[in-house]
Design a protein around this ligand. Structure first.
Ligand code: AHM
Length: 330
């Protein structure tokens, strides 16, 4: 059995000239994940379930709780100059001398799909790591966070499901670790994860069908048609937690879609906290991430909380979706 710590020490040379940075950053995320995992497991027993209003959206208290825990774990590490979080309106700069010398910034969705906690369904944590652009030794700036996804140096997620798993990439493949709660360690369970060549699952909130662009509607119909060569009709699977849907499609072969809708003209998902890290992982596993017209990772972000339509999964499936969208302009 190989633990996450042993694995990252072994792979450290793949990250920032083997300075030990990856070990430190992932250790902080791992600690945050263990705390969130523990708290989610007893969420019904703690006084942290419920809703609170802020930023015009309903945020679950557990979201905010997870945000605080992860932020504290990252702040304790000198390598991190600051964070941006789906749960925070602005960037959070760590203003101590040690952090100002940190070379990295981290963007995160601390508890993605949080509404699902209330009904005991899988949720996740997503993270994305960039080398800062601003000079080391000074406070990080917003520019450090507004980099295109193709500059990510690492990204990953933790899926809190029937077991808890941490899945990450540093640009050298995707590796997955399953948490053993009795030992308190993440153990390597899937090395160099790749999508199956052909996918058979499609994940989309079909309740929004009427509001989807014409190309997306046509692609969904295509998914439902019978054709042996392409293994159609595909299975429809939608959990409503991006991390859980992505994880299943990664292991079983599928496409996840959150297109633009009449209510969310730019889609619902956040480019920086959700789309970019998942697109990076997808490409590293042999898949693709698109906004329906092109590569997610090449979008230059303008705002911290900007949204994007999102199509991610097996290459041929994302290609098909893009083709239907191109052929059916609005
Ligand atoms: P959240 O940021 O409020 O957790 O929303 C993100 C989640 C994703 O995990 C999931 O894919 C999507 O929202 C589900 O949205 P919908 O309920 O509109 O299908």
């Amino acid at each position: 059995m190989k633990t996450l710590d042993e694995f990252i020490v072994e792979k450290q040379q793949e990250f920032s000239q083997a300075t030990g940075d990856l070990t430190a950053l992932l250790s902080a995320i791992k600690l945050g994940a263990k705390i969130i995992n523990r708290d989610i497991n007893k969420a019904g027993l703690l006084d942290i379930l419920g809703e609170t209003g802020s930023r015009g959206e309903v945020q679950m208290n557990l979201d905010l709780h997870a945000n605080e825990k992860l932020k504290a774990a990252l702040k304790a590490r000198g390598e991190v100059a600051g964070i941006a979080s789906e749960e925070e309106e602005k960037i959070v700069i760590f203003n101590n001398e040690r952090s100002q010398n940190g070379k990295y910034v981290i963007l995160m969705a601390p508890l993605d799909g949080a509404e699902n906690v209330e009904v005991n369904v899988t949720v996740g944590t997503i993270f994305s790591i960039y080398r800062r652009i601003s000079p080391v030794g000074q406070p990080a700036t917003e520019e450090d966070f507004l980099q295109p996804g193709n500059r990510q140096v690492a990204a990953g997620y933790v899926v809190y499901g029937s077991s808890t798993m941490l899945v990450y990439t540093t640009g050298y493949g995707v590796h997955a670790f399953t948490y053993d709660p009795s030992l308190g360690v993440f153990c390597l369970s899937h090395e160099k994860v790749r999508y199956p060549e052909k996918g058979t699952m499609y994940s989309v909130n079909q309740g929004n069908y009427i509001k989807f662009p014409a190309g997306v509607k046509k692609y969904i119909k295509y998914c439902q048609e019978q054709d042996e060569a392409t293994l159609r009709p595909y299975h429809s699977r939608y959990i409503g937690s991006l991390v859980a849907d992505f994880h299943r499609n990664l292991l079983k072969g599928g496409i996840f879609m959150y297109p633009s809708t009449a209510s969310f003209p730019q889609g619902k998902l956040r480019l920086l906290y959700e789309c970019n890290p998942m697109a990076f992982l997808s490409e590293q596993a042999g898949g693709k991430g698109s906004d329906g017209t092109g590569r997610i990772l090449d979008i230059t972000p303008e705002q911290l909380h900007q949204r994007s339509p999102f199509f991610v999964g097996v290459c041929s499936m994302v290609d098909d979706a893009e083709r239907f969208i191109a052929q059916n302009p609005e």
